[in-house]
Design a protein around this ligand. Structure first.
Ligand code: ASP
Length: 335
């Protein structure tokens, strides 16, 4: 392709293992994530110059396990600024894999553009023998410049597979094939350097989403806590969430969002104090439905098939718009 025909892609770097440094080529754990800069990353993949006009920007350089609500907001706002520019055709975000699914879902709901946004990371540090980062970045840029990626919502490109930011989740601590969409599957693949799509996400995203974080500061983002059930649970964490000023609680219930008997009254008290309580599941896949009539009478909502960490983000955004339980449930049914 003629250089003049190439699209303009911004690589927004946030850190992670893709920028990770270990002390040897075989060290795959215990290394430092977010050690190399975006300039280092780009220098490692000169092939990108044949795919697009690339510019790099460093938003932060951290392990994604430490991403804050403030950073998430900044990332969404920066994506929107960049995508509003005529000379930007798409954004590729390099990101740690630990919380990539959360960032991808948040951006899927808050980016206001049909232009491609693709998150990419790596499971092996940049110093590793067989590091997966360089090919993942090349593939992410290929996805970002592909016309079929327009209007697909925020995407995750990992290990030759393309996922919707809504559905993707990390399923394995170490394997390069860690990303899956347990309730569906990938939207497409890269094979032989070519992008192939087979499916679309039908849930609203980007331009169809009602959520807008323009000018929203982190203090405006409501506190939502996740409480993870287990045998022998008691009400301690519900009380702690209330004491911390939570406006929402995601209850990561057992099975189809089942609630431990010892905690139910505390959750009902939380609803009585105006806290929105949403049942999700710790199982990792499947729908959580309305469940027992008793739970519905107590005002507990349900998260459809969003896992707890994704349900938390949707509840934060929902609470920016409404406190009405019926309206929040309607948002969970729709997104
Ligand atoms: N802990 C790393 C991170 O999330 C893991 C990775 O990137 O794969 O930043």
């Amino acid at each position: 392709m003629e250089k003049t025909e190439l699209k303009n892609i911004v690589i927004l770097a946030t850190g992670g293992t893709i920028a990770g440094k270990a002390s040897s080529g075989t060290q795959m754990t215990g290394y430092t994530a977010g050690a190399y800069s975006v300039a280092d990353l780009l220098a490692g993949v000169p092939e990108l110059g044949e795919l697009a006009h690339i510019s790099g920007e460093q938003l932060c350089n951290i392990d994604s396990s430490s991403i804050t609500d403030a950073l998430l907001l900044r990332l969404a706002q920066r994506c929107n600024e960049l995508l509003a520019q005529d000379d930007v055709d798409g954004v590729v975000i390099t990101h740690g894999t630990d919380t990539m699914e959360e960032t991808a879902f948040f951006l899927n709901l808050t980016v206001k553009s049909a232009k491609p946004v693709v998150l990419v990371g790596a499971m092996r540090p940049a110093t590793a023998v067989s590091a997966d980062g360089p090919l993942n970045i090349i593939n992410a840029v290929k996805v970002a410049v592909d016309a079929a990626s327009t209007g697909q919502g925020v995407l995750v490109m990992m290990n030759d597979e393309i996922y919707s930011g809504r559905d993707v989740t990390k399923t394995n601590t170490a394997n390069v094939a860690t990303f899956k969409a347990p309730n569906g599957g990938p939207l497409g693949f890269i094979v032989g350097g070519e992008v192939h799509y087979y499916y679309r996400s039908v849930r609203p995203h980007t331009l169809q989403s009602e959520f807008d974080v323009t000018g929203v500061g982190v203090t405006a983002l409501p506190r939502v806590d996740i409480i993870y059930t287990h045998i022998g649970e008691d009400r301690v964490f519900v009380d702690a969430a209330l004491a911390a000023g939570a406006r929402g609680i995601i209850y990561a219930g057992s099975g189809m969002g089942s609630i431990h008997e010892a905690v139910e009254a505390a959750l009902a008290e939380a609803v009585g104090c105006g806290v929105v309580v949403v049942r999700s599941s710790r199982t990792g896949s499947g729908i959580v439905a309305a469940g027992l009539e008793r739970w519905q009478e107590q005002g507990f909502l349900y998260a459809d098939n969003l896992n707890p960490q994704k349900a938390r983000l949707l509840l934060q955004l929902a609470l920016l718009r409404t406190q009405e339980r019926n309206e929040v449930q309607e948002i969970f049914n729709r997104y």
